[in-house]
Design a protein around this ligand. Structure first.
Ligand SMILES: Nc1ncnc2c1ncn2[C@@H]1O[C@H](COP(=O)(O)OP(=O)(O)O)[C@@H](O)[C@H]1O
Ligand SMILES: O=C(O)C1=C[C@@H](OP(=O)(O)O)[C@@H](O)[C@H](O)C1
Length: 283
C-alpha cells in the first residue's frame, strides 16, 4: 500500500513563541512524502539528500496515523523537499503534513478526517519528538489548509483563515536555526508587542502585523534589522519563524528592488507566491 502527498512551506506573520498566538501563510514551495505500508512493526524514514537528518518526526506521523486509521502497521516514509530545513520556512510542518496525508492516502482514508484534525496529528508528532516549542499549529494549519491562518497554539485552535494574493520574496541565509533551540524566554519578553500584532492580524491588517512582528523578533532573537529596512516599501516584511530566513510580501513591482538588495547578501533569494490549496494528495 503506497501513498503520496505534497505540503507547502509557509512564511510568518506572527511568531507564536511570545504568547502562543501565531499566524502564518502558505507559499508555493513543497515537501513531498511517499509512504509504503508493510506488515513490519517498525517505521523507517529517509530524507532525500540529507542522510544524517532527524527522521523521527516523519516516522512518528506514520505511527500516529496507522494506529488511528489502520491496524498499527509499519512501513517506510521518504521525503523530498524544495524547502531548506530549519531556516524558518516551516519545513517541519510541511514534512509532517505531507507524511500524515500520504499515510492516509496509503490507507485509503483521506476522507475519514477533516483537514484541521489532520494537521493536529502532525502537531502531536512534532510535540512527541521535541522539534517544536508551542506545537506550531499556526504553521501546520497554514500548510494543511493553504492561505493564511491565525491560531491559538496552546489550544490548537483556528481563530481565522484568509487567502491573501501576494507575491512573496524569500531570502534564506546559509546558516540554520532549529526552533527547538530558540531563546523562548527572550521571546516571551516581547509578549505585549505580539498582542498588538495578533490584533492587527485578526483585523486583516497582515502587512503591518508582519512588519511589527519582524522588528520585534529580530530584536528578541538577535537577527539584523537591515534586511527589514531594505523592504519597508513592500506590503510587509518579517523574519520568518525563528529565522534565519526573511519574507517580504506585496506586488512584483514592490518586491523587485528588494530582490536586488537581498541578492547582495550571502545565501539564496527567490520569488514565489502565496498558496491557497494547502496539502495536495493528487501528486
Ligand atoms: N524534509 C523533511 N523530512 C523529514 N523531516 C523534516 C524535513 N524537514 C524538516 N524536518 C524535521 O523538522 C526539523 C526542523 O524543524 P524546525 O527547526 O522547526 O525548522 P523549520 O523552521 O524549517 O520548520 C528537522 O530536524 C526534522 O526533524
Ligand atoms: O516551534 C514552534 O512552536 C514555532 C516555531 C516558529 O517557526 P519555525 O519553525 O519556522 O522557526 C514560530 O514561527 C511558530 O509560530 C511556532
Amino acid at each position: 500500500m503506497e501513498g503520496q502527498a505534497a505540503a507547502p512551506a509557509a512564511g510568518t506573520v506572527l511568531n507564536a513563541l511570545a504568547t502562543g498566538t501565531g499566524s502564518a501563510f502558505a507559499i508555493d514551495e513543497y515537501t513531498t512524502a511517499t509512504v509504503e505500508l508493510t506488515d513490519e512493526d517498525d517505521v523507517t524514514g529517509e530524507i532525500d539528500g540529507a542522510e544524517d537528518a532527524d527522521t523521527r518526526l516523519i516516522e512518528r506521523c506514520v505511527e500516529l496515523v496507522t494506529d488511528r486509521f489502520g491496524n498499527g502497521q509499519g512501513g517506510h516514509v521518504e521525503t523530498e523537499s524544495e524547502v531548506p530545513m530549519a531556516s524558518g520556512l516551516k519545513s517541519s510542518s510541511a514534512a509532517a503534513n505531507a507524511t500524515v496525508m500520504a499515510t492516509l492516502d496509503a490507507l485509503g482514508a483521506t476522507d475519514r478526517i477533516d483537514r484541521e484534525d489532520a494537521a493536529r496529528i502532525g502537531v502531536s508528532a512534532a510535540r512527541d519528538v521535541g522539534v517544536t516549542v508551542t506545537g506550531a499549529f499556526d504553521d501546520a494549519s497554514a500548510s494543511m489548509l493553504g492561505g493564511l491562518t491565525v491560531t491559538n497554539n496552546d489550544e490548537d485552535e483556528l481563530l481565522a483563515r484568509d487567502t491573501p494574493d501576494w507575491d512573496v520574496l524569500v531570502w534564506t541565509p546559509p546558516e540554520r536555526a532549529f526552533s527547538a533551540d530558540a531563546d523562548v524566554e527572550r521571546c516571551r519578553q516581547i509578549a505585549p508587542i505580539a498582542e498588538v500584532v495578533a490584533g492587527l492580524a485578526l483585523d486583516e491588517r497582515y502587512g503591518q502585523a508582519m512588519t511589527i512582528n519582524g522588528l520585534a523578533f529580530c530584536a528578541a532573537l538577535g537577527f539584523p534589522t537591515d534586511p527589514m529596512m531594505e523592504a519597508m516599501r513592500t506590503e510587509g516584511v518579517s523574519l520568518s519563524g525563528t529565522g534565519p530566513s526573511f519574507v517580504a510580501v506585496g506586488t512584483t513591482d514592490q518586491l523587485e528592488p528588494v530582490r536586488e538588495r537581498w541578492n547582495d547578501r550571502e545565501g539564496t533569494v527567490w520569488l514565489t507566491h502565496t498558496q491557497t490549496e494547502g496539502t495536495l494528495t493528487d501528486v
